[in-house]
Design a protein around this ligand. Structure first.
Ligand code: 5GP
Ligand code: MN
Ligand code: MN
Length: 328
């Protein structure tokens, strides 16, 4: 039986003709994958769909079938019946130009798995027990009996694979593996697809890894590991935003480490903080929310004011306070 909000979303999808599907700035596999997944399902059902992202399609996801549909906001207003925000915890994370483009649209659907999502849509499907927005869309497509074209099928695979660290993080459930089995049965070729996701990194990314390792610091009796990236290094190596995707897993994986943090200086002087926790008693989302960020309990982030060294000391102090509660 359908939950009331899924039935309502089904009604809106059915009754509307045109849609703009949005996702967050610096999009990851779940953001772009969710746009392609729902977008191609709606197009197969005869709808008009635009897939808009503030920062456009990152190079590392350009292999995805259907990714050529991803466009940046052009500056022109986007006139559609319904806007659907995907994988985006708060409206500002959609980006200023994107928000301006859809400002005239009065009907918003918000589909996400971030527990910090306040429910900014008219209809909100937020399931923080789902490891990826892609998995929520899989259930939605199946429950509503929408088409599942190959682009949607493979995009869901990529979305969930990337958000679960290749099907390994806590939160990956029996439902997740059942979904994967269904996608593979439907035609997803895991060998070639995984090679494109995981064995196809530019050399630049390895050079970035070398630079990050040179800044690695481990403190709090081995429980906190962090590294940083400044703009000088970004310029020297020609680092692109997507090059650092997933690198934090290297320091998260250190034996004894409970919290891993990546501090990155952005071109505008703001600092992007990426945080991971391995212990459910240490809530990364809660720590990030102290500084205006958010996310999930074990993976969260912030965009905060700099300079780099100040952001670093403020955030590290907050983490150390959390870690200290483990001793009680
Ligand atoms: P990542 O470290 O992979 O960029 O992000 C980890 C998680 O934290 C993601 O689910 C992401 O949506 C969330 N997150 C990252 N940065 C921010 C931020 O600046 N604000 C909020 N609200 N969430 C963030
Ligand atoms: Mn995401
Ligand atoms: Mn996600």
């Amino acid at each position: 039986s359908k939950t009331p909000v899924i039935a309502e979303i089904g009604q809106w999808l059915n009754d509307s003709e045109s849609f703009a599907l949005l996702s967050h700035v610096r999009p990851d596999g779940d953001a772009i994958g969710s746009q392609i997944a729902l977008g191609f399902a709606l197009m197969a059902a005869g709808k008009t769909v635009r897939l808009i992202n503030e920062d456009g399609l990152p190079e590392n996801l350009a292999f995805m079938a259907g990714s050529e549909k991803i466009e940046r906001p052009s500056g022109e207003p986007v006139e559609v019946d319904v806007v659907i925000a995907l994988d985006t915890a708060t409206q500002p994370r959609l980006g200023e130009r994107t928000l301006a483009a859809v400002a005239n649209c009065r009907r918003w659907i918000n589909i996400d798995h971030h527990k910090s999502n306040p429910g900014y849509g008219d209809l909100n499907l937020i399931d923080s027990s789902s490891p990826a927005t892609g998995q929520i869309l899989y259930s939605l497509i199946r429950e509503l009996g929408l088409p599942m074209p190959a682009e949607s099928r493979d995009a869901i695979y990529v979305a969930v694979s990337t958000d679960t660290g290749s099907w390994q993080y806590r939160g990956t459930t029996a439902e997740t593996y059942e979904m994967a089995a269904d996608l593979v049965r439907g035609g997803t070729e895991v060998g070639p697809l995984n090679a494109l996701i995981y064995d196809n990194h530019p050399m630049r990314r390895v050079e970035l890894m070398r630079a990050l390792l040179n800044t690695l610091e481990v403190s709090s009796a081995g429980r906190l590991a962090h590294w940083k990236l400044d703009q000088a290094t970004v310029s020297r190596l020609g680092v692109k935003p997507e090059d650092s995707e997933g690198l934090i897993d290297i320091i998260r994986a250190i034996q004894g480490v409970i919290v891993a943090v990546f501090f990155e200086e952005l071109p505008d002087g703001k600092i992007r903080v990426s945080m991971r926790s391995k212990d459910p008693r240490v809530d990364a989302c809660k720590v990030c929310m102290l500084f205006g960020g958010g996310g999930h309990s074990l993976a969260a982030g912030i965009r905060m004011s700099g300079p780099l060294a100040d952001a670093q000391s403020r955030v590290i102090e907050a983490i150390e306070a959390e870690l200290a509660t483990l001793n009680d």
